[in-house]
Design a protein. Structure first.
Length: 319
């Protein structure tokens, strides 16, 4: 049985897990969270993952719900020194009748605007830890100063073992099928759902978002399977072109990849790790990092992406 928020209509919000039992996690992470819940209180915690959609923010809310804590939620992009000294201090200073105490969730704590806040947050967390815990989520743990990291239980998301991956995908397929039943959407074949989960793993949020989009026609059919498998086939074809330095052919494929730039870059990055010599990994990281640095607000994303792919073809050494 899965939770349903009837006040929401977007699938990723409507079917967001509300309990630990609904969360699809690696075995090690699941055990750690169970231990925290059984203790009745949450220590200062840092949830991070390089990959989007792995459930960091959802898990923060679930932990608070499981111990019945009072919660303040704030985005790191909006948190400034004045907020820490004002609203957050006022919140952390007062008592609550909730058995789980008080918790502040700082989402996207690696936001550049939080640099000054991080410095002051060190002593602040110690001063109010008797009454209020802090859970931070982020994608780039290196953006969190070491003094804050050392004050938190740090858990990395999206890093399952091979055994975890198989189990998690099966659980996600079952969850997606149940969503379709609740929404009265016909699923022509469960293999279609599996292909969608495999394409996006470990980004479950993207899987649910895409499923909700496909479900608008009232049926999940073979057309979805074709689109899900096509992305993998396109990447296979691209890798061959890059290996052979066929930049003209690469340029012809660029438009289809700019449609979902973020997801494509993640999949390409993961795939290239398997295709290149270890000595080229540092070069790959620099190429991808430099490209992402300027990805927002550029006038022509196709030229920007082609520049990355050209560098990959010409500068990396392949296995």
């Amino acid at each position: 049985m899965i939770s349903v928020d009837t006040s929401q209509w977007m699938w990723e919000q409507k079917f967001r897990p509300q309990s630990l039992a609904e969360c699809i996690l690696p075995a090690h992470d699941l055990a750690a969270f169970k231990g925290a819940i059984e203790s009745g209180r949450i220590a200062h915690t840092l949830l991070y993952s390089k990959k989007p959609g792995t459930g960091k923010t959802t898990m923060a809310h679930v932990l608070c719900a499981e111990i019945d804590a009072e919660v303040m939620f704030i985005s790191g992009g909006n948190l400034r020194i004045d907020d820490l000294r004002g609203d957050l201090t006022a919140y952390a200073s007062t008592m609550t009748t909730k058995p789980g105490g008080k918790v502040i969730i700082i989402d996207e704590a690696d936001n550049k605007g939080m640099k000054a806040v991080q410095e002051e947050l060190r002593s602040w967390m110690e001063a109010y830890s008797h009454n209020c815990s802090v859970i931070m989520t982020c994608n780039h743990i290196e953006a969190i100063i070491p003094h804050l990291q050392s004050r938190c239980d740090t858990i990395e998301f999206g890093n399952p073992t091979a055994e975890d991956k198989k189990r998690m995908m099966i659980e996600m397929v079952k969850r997606c099928i149940e969503m379709c039943k609740i929404q009265e959407v016909e699923v022509e074949n469960n293999k279609i759902i599996l292909a969608l989960v495999q394409k996006n793993f470990p980004d479950f949020r993207k899987t649910v978002t895409e499923l909700g989009g496909y479900a608008k026609c009232g049926k999940i059919d073979a057309g979805v399977l074709t689109r899900a498998t096509q992305a993998t086939e396109d990447l296979d074809e691209l890798i061959i072109m890059l290996r052979n330095k066929k930049l003209g052919d690469v340029r012809g494929m660029v438009p289809k990849f700019t449609v979902d730039y973020g997801n494509f870059i993640t999949k390409l990055y993961e795939r290239l790790f398997l295709e290149i010599q270890p000595a080229s990994i540092r070069t790959l990281v620099k190429i991808v990092a430099e490209n992402q640095k300027y990805a927002n607000g550029i006038p022509n994303l196709e030229i920007h992406l082609f520049d990355l792919l050209a560098d990959v073809a010409m500068e990396l050494t392949w296995k």
